[in-house]
Design a protein around this ligand. Structure first.
Ligand code: SF4
Ligand code: FES
Length: 249
């Protein structure tokens, strides 16, 4: 039975029950929830509520965060059933008296809300996330590779990725195929393939032309629905297929 602990706050008239998933894979057989009564204001984020619990009740709650401004991509978790950034989710916008936080799906759990990012970083690295271009092409007259606004428009949305992993957490294919490259890395493959300055398109397409690459996506579209930065991985995967099938060059 979960025990409810309460943080007294004379300034705030509103409070929610914050349910935090607790699980230590080295000691626990199953996940359990601890409940806390947490005061909030209309601007209070889920991350701030978790940090309140750490400060007042249990410092051992494991949570990863850094920037607190939706930039570093560290604080992804499942909040009331949906992958979200805890620092970018206001309690007042959840429209619920109960807020449940759990670790992201499709990531191994380190402890509580903190998960391992190795698979995401490995797949991201695999697709060569950099411009593949020979710098010796630059001359004293041409010191940078120029690009028109139209060429920039082809990929700029995808450059907003902060590697938070929410898309991979939402993806049903990630849950069933442990070798799937995943929406985050495939979206980044598109970001570089579509960049007019890049010359590595053929080798990059070869890497993802695989039964665990772009052809494994079932186009559920859940990745694009949860991205906090407006990236559309599902569309990127479809556009990559266009390159593979010769509809784009
Ligand atoms: S595509 Fe969006 S959801 Fe996926 S890792 Fe990048 S920022 Fe996060
Ligand atoms: S703490 Fe950096 S994105 Fe949330």
């Amino acid at each position: 039975m979960a025990q409810v602990s309460s943080i007294a706050d004379e300034q705030s008239s509103q409070s929610i029950t914050l349910r935090i998933a607790r699980y230590n894979p080295e000691k626990d057989n199953e996940r359990r929830f601890m409940e806390f009564n947490v005061p909030y204001e209309k601007w209070t984020t889920v991350l701030e509520a978790i940090l309140d619990v750490k400060k007042h009740f249990d410092h051992s709650v494991a949570v990863r965060y850094s920037c607190r401004q939706a930039t570093c991509g560290s604080c992804g978790m499942i909040i009331n059933g949906k992958p979200r950034l805890a620092c970018f989710t206001k309690i007042s916008e959840l429209d619920s008296n109960v807020v449940t936080v759990e670790p992201m799906n499709n990531f191994p759990i380190i402890r509580d809300l903190a998960v391992k990012f190795e698979r995401l970083f490995d797949t991201h690295h695999k697709i060569k996330p950099y411009l593949d271009r020979d710098d010796t092409e630059l001359t004293s007259d041409a010191k940078e590779f120029m690009q028109s606004p139209e060429e920039l428009e082809q990929y700029i949305q995808f450059a907003n990725c902060i590697k938070c992993g929410l898309c991979n957490s939402a993806c049903p294919t990630m849950a069933t195929d442990s070798s799937f490259v995943g929406p985050q890395a495939l979206a980044q493959a598109y970001r570089y393939v579509a960049d007019s300055r890049d010359k590595g398109k053929d080798s990059r397409l070869k890497i993802i032309d695989d039964s665990h690459g772009i052809w494994r996506c079932h186009f559920a579209g859940s990745c694009s629905q949860v991205c906090p930065k407006g990236v559309d991985p599902a569309m990127g995967i479809q556009l990559l297929r266009g390159y593979m099938l010769g509809f784009r060059s």
